[in-house]
Design a protein around this ligand. Structure first.
Ligand code: AAT
Length: 286
């Protein structure tokens, strides 16, 4: 390896690696839950890395934060109470707070060090925490879910990968807890890995939704700095009339510009459910 480069080397991605040239290591520590690394890179601005995996880069973070937020929010007719699990950088809170019908946002992040470091080094994302709609809880998302019943309209799980503290958020029992925490008509959306090489994880997340909810779907997006440049989302709805492919709100160009959206459009929303043949077949068979 060239010196001065960060390489994503983890057991989750055997035999391959994505690298970026580092200008400065802004911060490095072992928190109670994970190894946190904040880098200033030549090509991607500030980058947050947890346990060796890239969580977000200044260059393309909006592609992920907007999609994980607006795929579920624009599929729900009245998303007033939203819960975000994970998302310690504040980027998803920033997006969710833009939705005019959202009244309250609870967020439960396990690691307060991610929150504090994001406020310091990723203020363009952590600005999400400044919204008066946001109530931040530092706790385990799985345990938080056990304590809530029939309360939320939308639950967004912006979790790190299924290793370390996030493992429980990929289990079927977590989807059952989310179902209980939703009001009638509620919708969930979870980070669901890439179908390139991790097809089993992707189908398993969609299957949890299918087993637990009246409607389930898998959507995809491009995120240039995530493994294989692609990440999926598992969506579930308590309402059997939910048609994820056709959002209940279609944004005009003016509306999306007013909301400062840089990735999400109504066309991108619809297209997110068009999947490659091998993925369609794997989901059919799963
Ligand atoms: N916004 C994109 C960044 C993330 S961060 C994921 C967050 O989930 C981290 O801050 C981590 O501390 C938090 N987290 C992990 N486990 C739990 C848990 N059990 N309860 C609450 N929060 C948790 C997502 C990046 C996706 C990467 C894709 N490769």
């Amino acid at each position: 390896l060239k010196t001065g480069w960060f390489s994503e080397l983890t057991d989750l991605l055997p035999g391959r690696s994505f690298s970026m040239e580092v200008e400065q290591v802004l911060h490095q520590e072992q928190s109670k839950y994970q190894e946190i690394l904040v880098l200033k890179t030549k090509s991607h601005g500030v980058v947050l890395v947890l346990d060796g995996m890239i969580q977000c880069t200044e260059f393309d973070e909006y592609s992920y934060q907007e999609m994980i937020s607006f795929l579920p929010l624009f599929s729900h007719p009245k998303p007033q109470r939203v819960l975000i699990v994970g998302g310690g950088d504040g980027g998803v809170a920033r997006e969710v707070a833009k939705h005019p019908l959202v009244e309250t946002i609870d967020q439960v992040e396990i690691d307060d060090r991610v929150i504090e470091l994001s406020k310091k080094y990723l203020p363009f994302m952590a600005e999400g925490f400044n919204s008066p709609k946001v109530n931040l809880h530092v706790a385990d998302g799985f345990k938080f879910m056990e304590k809530h019943t029939q309360y939320y309209d939308v639950i967004i799980t912006d979790s790190s990968d299924p290793i370390g503290p996030a493992v429980s958020l990929f289990q079927k029992s977590y989807f059952e807890l989310m179902k209980r925490a939703l009001r009638p008509g509620g919708i969930v959306c979870s980070q669901a890995d890439t179908f390139w090489g991790h097809l089993k994880n992707a189908t398993s997340m969609r299957n949890h939704c299918k087993a637990v909810f009246a409607r389930a779907a898998y959507a995809t997006s491009y995120v240039s700095t995530y493994p294989a440049g692609q990440i999926g989302f598992a969506l579930g709805s308590l309402d059997e009339n939910t048609d994820f492919k056709n959002p209940v709100y279609q944004l005009t160009d003016k509306q999306r510009k007013d909301m400062k959206l840089r990735y999400y459009t109504t066309d991108i929303h619809k297209a997110a459910f068009a999947l490659p043949a091998f993925v369609v077949d794997a989901l059919d068979e799963a």
